[in-house]
Design a protein around this ligand. Structure first.
Ligand SMILES: NC(=O)c1ccc[n+]([C@@H]2O[C@H](COP(=O)([O-])OP(=O)(O)OC[C@H]3O[C@@H](n4cnc5c(N)ncnc54)[C@H](O)[C@@H]3O)[C@@H](O)[C@H]2O)c1
Length: 425
């Protein structure tokens, strides 16, 4: 393998994993960020967020001399490859905010040598790459779209066992980028830039569609006295459908699905196309988040002064990421109704801010004397806890709203509780 000089902009979930994994493969990598606190943590040999397996790979890459960190403003040269892995958060109208991407491109134009390849890992709307190429081409910089499909919680494994590598750009540019992935046995999809960009959005939109579809079936199950776990198990056995992402619950969250579905809908409208299906997917997801609160109100009546626990705060297990986590919106709705909320998460921390709820250190502490609990994240620590004992700690009517369909309802009932799942008989 030929060792390459690589600069990665962004030391977040995608950038740090990209940088550390490329360094572990033998390349010389510099990861740059603008967040000084994050850089200090990294320079001290620690990883600033929870991602299983990442700390080990970062520390051995640092020890080998292949991985270094720095501030983006201090960069004087960029090496042969520049990976862009900065955030593309949503604007108020749902579009992707490309301000961070643009500031990196501005810097690259000034500092990178002709012949450098900019590799876009950030999720950017179709059409972005073509526009950025117009800025880069006059100074001899090539551009490739290489969207990222890693899943937080298994990101390192996903890098080394990728299910696909998508490369959009000129053939010669794509070949150069493909060489960086030598040793990773995954199908390579080489295509034009806009198609590569759309593959990322279409993938996330489709997965979100599967989730909202399962949730619609769950709502129907509630009315038909059918069981959504059994129904979707039977549906998912069809190899044309598959079992993944058919789990009913309080809907998707995180830093990708909500923003990417909204950005794709926004982009469709801008291009004169009304994406009906995607709008419905987004709407269903919004409604699922309301379900725990309306259900609790239906049983408890006025929530003012009622003590309610929320179990799990991150948007999914095995990450500390709380961006767009359903739990946070549910907490906001509960507190807006006057409930006293206690939250627990094994890893995630909700910073002090406008939310007036108490985050406690154990599940038992959250549940003690609570009249109801909403299970918002299916952490194994929560799903596999002794719910008979936990329910017994609660106060009547001991309502357990299992927003992830991950608990054993019999254990809750054995503890004197009332179990409510999503579409579960
Ligand atoms: N998190 C995921 O699971 C995931 C998966 C696939 C794709 N993506 C996409 O990858 C991109 C990054 O996502 P993330 O979750 O890693 O974001 P993140 O917020 O964890 O990290 C982004 C980092 O970029 C840094 N940054 C901002 N401006 C910068 C600049 N000018 N120079 C250098 N660094 C700068 C920020 O300080 C931050 O540390 C987004 O477009 C996202 O949609 C994310």
């Amino acid at each position: 393998m030929k060792v390459r000089e690589v600069t990665v902009f962004g030391a977040g979930y995608v950038g740090l994993v990209t940088g550390a994994c490329l360094a572990a493969t033998g390349h010389h990598v510099r990861v740059l960020d603008v967040d000084r606190a994050k850089l200090e943590t990294l320079s001290a040999g620690a990883v600033p967020f929870h991602e299983p397996g990442l700390a080990q790979i970062v520390s051995s890459a640092i020890a080998s001399g292949n991985l270094r960190f720095g501030h983006a403003d201090d960069v004087d040269s960029c090496g042969e490859f520049v990976f862009v892995a900065v955030g593309t958060p949503p604007t108020t109208d749902g579009a992707a905010d490309l301000r961070f991407v643009r500031s990196v491109i501005d810097l690259v134009v000034l500092r990178a040598a002709a012949g450098t390849v900019v590799v876009m890992k950030s999720t950017v709307p179709p059409g972005t790459g073509a526009r950025l190429s117009e800025t880069l081409a006059p100074v001899g910089i090539e551009y490739a779209s290489n969207p990222e499909f890693l899943r937080e919680g298994s990101a390192v494994d996903d890098w080394f066992h990728a299910d696909r590598i998508v490369l959009g750009g000129a053939d010669s540019t794509a070949e150069r980028v493909a060489a960086l992935y030598e040793g990773i046995h995954a199908p390579v999809v080489k295509c034009d830039i806009a198609s590569a960009e759309l593959i990322k959005y279409a993938s996330n939109a489709f997965l979100a569609t599967k989730i909202s579809f399962a949730n619609e079936i769950a709502r129907l199950c509630d009315r038909l006295e059918a069981d959504v776990d059994l129904v979707m198990h039977g549906v998912g056995l069809d190899p044309r459908i598959g079992p993944a992402f058919l789990h009913a619950g309080i809907g998707y969250g995180g830093s990708c699905f909500p923003k990417d579905t909204k950005a794709l809908d926004h982009l469709s409208s801008l291009n004169g196309y009304d994406f009906h299906l995607l709008k419905a997917v987004i709407e269903v997801n919004k409604r699922m988040r309301l379900l725990p609160v309306t259900t609790l109100k239906g049983v408890l009546g006025d929530l003012a002064g009622k003590r309610i626990a929320v179990a799990g705060l991150t948007f999914k297990p095995n990450t500390d990421d709380i961006r767009e986590a359903p739990a946070l919106e549910i907490i906001d709705m509960l507190t807006a109704n006057g409930a006293e909320v206690r939250g627990y998460d094994p890893v995630g921390v909700v910073p002090n801010g406008p939310r007036t709820f108490e985050q406690v250190d154990t599940l038992a502490e959250a549940l003690r004397d609570a009249q109801a609990v909403v299970v918002a994240t299916e952490w194994p620590e929560i799903a596999d806890a002794d719910w008979r004992a936990l329910t017994a700690l609660m106060r009547e009517p001991r309502l357990v709203f299992d927003g992830r369909n991950c608990l054993d309802g019999d254990a809750v009932r054995a503890g004197g509780g009332v179990y409510l799942g999503v579409g579960r008989r």
